[in-house]
Design a protein around this ligand. Structure first.
Ligand SMILES: [Zn+2]
Length: 453
């Protein structure tokens, strides 16, 4: 009598950042969303499954983790390119954001998730801006639920009544207490959902009051939640903090207790020795977004320095308004190359190191290392299959070097989240791709036209 499971993957080459190559013809048993057992062919003699998936020696990896994006910006990809920062803002995000509605948020999130899944992403942290209407986040959550990806909704917050240099109240202003009440409501809606988690996302130091940050730190501590924030992307953060608080951004965040939380700083480009010492002291985690940093000309985050000090680094695409793509394979390549250029050293950051940032370090950065980020027994079955039998990856010697430097979405042949195959052999299993794309194109066009007046 054989034991019956949900899915058996056979003939798998398993690789993760800790184990490197596990074996050439492994068997993975998946049941109830979890990797129950990994073994050799003999496991097949005692096990049966509703579905047996032959990996045909494809590489099985942990799904990639994108720790920073803004899904609503999918509708703004390609806008405002090659302009200075403020002109880019005015021609993309600020132009269209006021005209987005529930359907637009949903379709933008669906398209962003689809592109992510196709490039091997199984977990996405959506830093949802504080929006004109607080319930807009519900439509990102609905997209997470519908498309099958693992989603972390990081609730954006802005509680200052004037952004620096602006004469008017921000359209998305809300007190921290009101925003946290919204977080309570969303968490209750998705309580016990196996794929949806929450984080807190105070926008940026100049978008928050000290009282608001103190409230957020307290809420995060009480509810064991990650806090993520844009930090030190440009010199503006420290200029503002020095003027307002008489201290740097990191020292100001230390004072209000934000650094005591599970803190994920996004960008971290203009980093001083003192900032670095605080990152170490508080085990601050970093989201490295090289493509967005290049497109906006923001600079290069000192990633090699971070890894030397054992600071955990993950990868982010950032929003499509600044990066234009949600593809984490591109981010891996650009992220490794940028460090080589910046350090004048071709060995500055290896393919294996950046792969670790997309997987196990990504999981640590969002405090989910017990659940995702590696192919091992007891972890969630968030797996992807890579097919190297394509012209861009033939021949293949080191699979991770091939993935990072030659790979693209074409190589992703299967994506599984929570034990469910949501993408298999070029098709999504839960919905009709062309139908969603058609609706999204039409809706985006309407919003663009009304934004242009
Ligand atoms: Zn961002």
């Amino acid at each position: 009598m054989k034991n019956k499971f949900d899915i058996i993957i056979k003939n798998a080459k398993i690789v993760d950042a800790n184990t490197h190559l596990l074996s050439d013809d492994s068997v993975i048993i998946v049941d109830k969303g979890v990797i129950q057992k990994i073994g050799n062919k003999e496991l097949l003699e005692t096990s049966d499954a509703t579905r047996i998936w032959d990996a045909e020696s494809k590489l099985i990896l942990p799904g990639f983790i994108n720790t920073h994006c803004h899904l609503f910006q999918t509708f703004m990809r390609g806008l405002g390119k090659d302009l200075t920062f403020i002109k880019w803002m005015n021609n993309s995000v600020r132009l269209m954001m006021p005209n987005l509605d529930e359907e637009a948020i949903y379709l933008a999130a669906m398209v962003g998730c689809m592109e992510s899944i196709k490039s091997g992403n199984t977990t996405l942290v959506d830093f949802m801006y504080a929006h004109v209407k607080p319930h807009y986040a519900d439509y990102v959550l609905k997209a997470f639920d519908d498309c099958g990806i693992r989603g972390v909704l990081a609730r954006g917050m802005t509680d200052v009544d004037r952004l620096p240099g602006s004469p008017v109240k921000p359209a998305s202003y809300a007190t921290a207490a009101d925003s946290l009440a919204e977080v309570d409501r969303s968490r209750a809606m998705y309580k016990d959902h196996p794929r949806i988690n929450f984080a807190l996302a105070p926008s940026v130091i100049w978008g928050m009051t000290t009282d608001g940050l103190i409230e957020i730190a307290a809420y995060a501590g009480k509810n064991d939640m990650v806090v993520t924030m844009h930090i030190l992307e440009t010199v503006d953060d420290d200029q503002f903090s020095l003027e307002k608080y008489g201290k740097t951004t990191m020292r100001a965040l230390e004072d209000v207790g934000i650094l005591d939380t599970d803190f994920l700083g996004v960008h971290a480009i203009r980093v001083s020795e003192d900032d670095l010492s605080l990152f170490k002291k508080y085990r601050t985690r970093i989201s490295y977004n090289p493509l967005a940093n290049m497109i906006l000309g923001s600079g290069v985050a000192p990633i090699v320095e971070f890894t030397k000090h054992e600071i955990k680094v993950s990868l982010g695409t950032d929003g499509a308004a600044s990066n234009d793509s949600q593809n984490l394979i591109e981010v891996m390549k650009a992220g490794a190359l940028l460090q080589k250029v910046h350090n004048h050293d071709s060995a500055a950051l290896s393919a294996w190191e950046i792969f670790s940032m997309a997987t196990d370090q990504g999981a640590e950065c969002i405090n989910m290392q017990d659940q995702i980020g590696a192919v091992s027994e007891g972890k969630k079955a968030d797996l992807i299959a890579i097919d190297f039998k394509k012209s861009n990856t033939t021949p293949c010697y080191d699979p991770i070097a091939s993935l990072v430097y030659s790979g693209n979405s074409e190589n992703i042949s299967m994506v599984m989240v929570e034990g469910e195959m949501i993408f298999d052999q070029g098709s999504f299993t839960r919905f009709n791709e062309s139908e969603i794309l058609r609706k999204a194109q039409q809706k985006a066009k309407e919003i663009y036209q009304s934004s242009m007046g």
